[in-house]
Design a protein around this ligand. Structure first.
Ligand code: FSO
Ligand code: SF4
Length: 553
């Protein structure tokens, strides 16, 4: 196997990457099958792009591609058997899309193109056969011919597309999709299927994926607000209440809504974990009184958080870590998530979860109330944008920090805590993604003018909201967005944060620091290019980065 798509990749060897088993727990078989699934998704895209140009649009195929790629994202699905099924499903879909394309071409009086690579790849029927084929589909295939820079840039495009696929999937499950996003995804996968080698061109495609990601974040913003209402500032309890309990982790608001409906009147309370925290601020979710609170921290704390939770755990998306025996039998996965031996709910029937909640002890005691405030989504932020502008004019706000993205287990991530702590009273911190757990339970107080200093915008996809606010502020302050007193500190761990990074690149934002490391697939020469062209910098020390940020205002 070879995989270097996330921050926790093994960097001890000569070629950084997980070679025999993932730090995440992914085994060789699953890794190989994931490579083949990605290969087939490219094959679907090769025909979809050409069919689309002739008016033959297969929207179901886009859903299969989004679901397939999302399944290969870090810490989503570790179940080899599920991938065998997905591979054969993707091959069948590709053949259907090919037929649609060929029919449309003939109807238009053209000869259908004879495509190569993933377009004509025939997957073997069983696991052994598939494993024998996997070498041709790996991310480093052909590296000896094209070199590490090219392979790394192809990886950047592909991994960011995986992030896009997650957002596509979350929008799609609540009935939102977009031809523009589908076409953008297909175009980039088709580009990769052609095994591009030109560094400049690849860099342009990194930016192009950023455009698609901006579109999909906007789509997901509409999907979430259209389905669950407009988030507003909300106090969330972070301490338990006595009684039976279910914990929901991941990013799946729709699964949470169904679970809330199916547990109404049972006396069971639902708690959010990790990136599900923003759910409390959406009126259609928050209106259920048994959505009781938030439990634990970010994803990397889940083994201790889940072990300590006295009820079943439902994992609706990444980031899943190998379930410990202490809670494996009361763990459930939904959607694209999977772990061998963990019960999977293929749909929205949560009866087994409810039964598990009744059979587990629940919280014995109610702990003293502890609260945090969340819910500064797009509308809430825009409604205070005038106050922010006035505060900038008056000096009450000298600087704004956007500190967000992924949290992770790597040492040194207390950088984000230190940075947030050290920000001056005349500044605000916007945060999003699970990185917020590094500082969201600290008291940050208010600005001299009384604005809350910590503004929790939501999930990582809510970067869209933060960008909209930045746009509004730059218009109101009559300044270029790069001249705003704004520093963006993006923590990366997995591929959604990479997708967000491509969007920041696409928008030409320059005051961006990313970390805690440069991704392993970004070679030194490519990093130099990214730094020169886009002003990208790594996070260094909280003290130095803060001084740099404030010195710039
Ligand atoms: Fe965290 Fe995982 Fe939202 Fe990521 S839970 S690390 S960017 O998947 O998704 O922030
Ligand atoms: Fe390694 Fe990350 Fe890939 Fe898992 S997802 S195999 S930890 S690089």
């Amino acid at each position: 196997m070879f995989c270097y798509q996330c921050e926790q990749t093994d960097r001890t060897g000569e070629t950084p990457g997980c070679h025999t088993k993932g730090t995440c727990g992914k085994d060789e078989t699953t890794a190989a099958l994931q490579d083949l699934l990605v290969h087939l998704c490219k094959g679907v895209a090769q025909y979809a792009v050409r069919g689309r140009a002739l008016g033959a649009v297969d929207r179901e195929a886009s859903a299969v591609v989004a679901y397939g790629l999302f399944s290969t994202l870090t810490n989503v699905n570790f179940n080899a058997a599920r991938f065998v099924k997905l591979i054969h499903e993707a091959a069948a879909v590709r053949d259907r899309v090919r037929a649609g394309y060929e029919e449309a071409a003939l109807a238009a009086g053209r000869h259908p193109e004879r495509l190569r690579g993933p377009a004509v790849f025939e997957p073997a029927g069983d696991v052994d056969g598939l494993l024998a084929q996997a070498g041709q589909a790996g991310i480093r295939a052909g590296v000896e011919l094209v070199g590490e820079d090219v392979v790394g840039l192809r990886a950047f495009v592909l991994y960011a597309l995986k992030g896009v696929s997650a957002y596509m999937h979350h929008a799609r499950v609540v009935g939102y999709r977009s031809d523009e996003v589908d076409a953008g995804m297909e175009a980039e996968l088709d580009y990769l299927a052609g095994e591009p080698t030109d560094v400049e061109d690849l860099l342009a495609h990194v930016s192009a994926v950023g455009r698609v990601n901006l579109q999909v974040m906007a789509l997901l913003d509409s999907a979430n607000t259209g389905t669950f209402g407009t988030p507003s500032p909300t106090k969330v309890r972070t301490s338990p209440v006595a009684g039976k309990a279910i914990l929901v982790s991941g990013h799946g608001f729709d699964e949470l809504l169904e679970l809330l409906k199916q547990t109404e009147g049972t006396g069971i309370r639902i708690y959010t974990h990790g990136e599900m925290l923003p759910a409390h601020a959406y009126p259609e979710l928050g209106k259920y009184p048994h959505l009781a609170g938030n439990h634990g921290g970010a994803w990397q704390d889940q083994q201790q958080d889940f072990a300590a939770f006295p009820g079943p755990v439902v994992m609706t998306s990444n980031c899943l870590i190998e379930p410990l025996p202490a809670y494996k039998t009361r763990t459930f996965t939904t959607g694209p998530v999977g772990w061998p031996g963990v019960r999977h709910i293929a749909g929205y029937d949560f009866k087994a979860v409810v039964r598990a909640a009744k059979a587990t002890p629940g919280f014995a005691e109610t702990a003293p109330e502890a609260l945090i405030t969340i819910g500064f989504g797009r509308n809430a932020l825009l409604s205070i944008s005038e106050d922010i502008v006035n505060a900038v004019h008056s000096g009450d706000i000298r600087h704004m920090f956007l500190i967000g993205g992924c949290d992770g287990a790597a040492p040194g991530r207390d950088y984000y805590t230190e940075l947030a702590r050290a920000t001056p009273a005349e500044s605000v911190i916007l945060t999003l993604g699970c990185n917020k757990y590094r500082f969201n339970k600290l008291s940050h107080g208010t600005t001299p003018g009384g604005l809350p200093r910590l503004l929790d915008v939501g999930q990582c996809n809510d970067t869209y909201a933060a960008l909209r606010v930045a746009e509004t502020l730059s218009a109101a302050l009559d300044t270029d967005i790069n001249d705003l007193p704004l520093t963006i500190v993006l923590a990366w761990f997995e591929q959604k944060a990479l997708a967000v990074l491509t969007t920041l690149i696409h928008l030409g934002l320059r005051n961006v620091r990313t970390g805690p490391t440069v991704p392993a697939f970004v070679t030194e020469p490519v990093w130099r290019l990214l730094s020169e062209r886009f002003g990208l910098r790594t996070s260094e020390s909280a003290e130095k980065d803060l001084a740099d940020a404030l010195g710039a205002t």
